[in-house]
Design a protein around this ligand. Structure first.
Ligand code: ZN
Length: 70
């Protein structure tokens, strides 16, 4: 790879960081959300945590039906 491309690659990483999602840490919640303003999080009585999507999936969370509706 040409070293002239490196700055462009780094800039691309900065512009596209790993996707972060929001999860309610209450035991009743099962989903992760694309935004902390989702209606699904309005019911959360515990802390809302922001983490990488891969980590939320590892915790067994599913995509929120509202945030990830097609
Ligand atoms: Zn949601």
């Amino acid at each position: 790879m040409s070293s002239a491309l490196l700055p462009l690659v780094l800039a691309g990483l900065l512009l596209a960081p790993p996707a972060k999602v929001y999860v309610c840490q209450g035991s009743a919640s099962y989903a992760y959300h694309a935004t902390d303003r989702c209606e699904g999080l309005a019911w959360c009585t515990k802390t809302v945590a922001k983490l990488p999507r891969a980590q939320a999936e590892k915790l067994g969370r599913r995509p929120c039906g509202r945030c990830y509706r097609r």
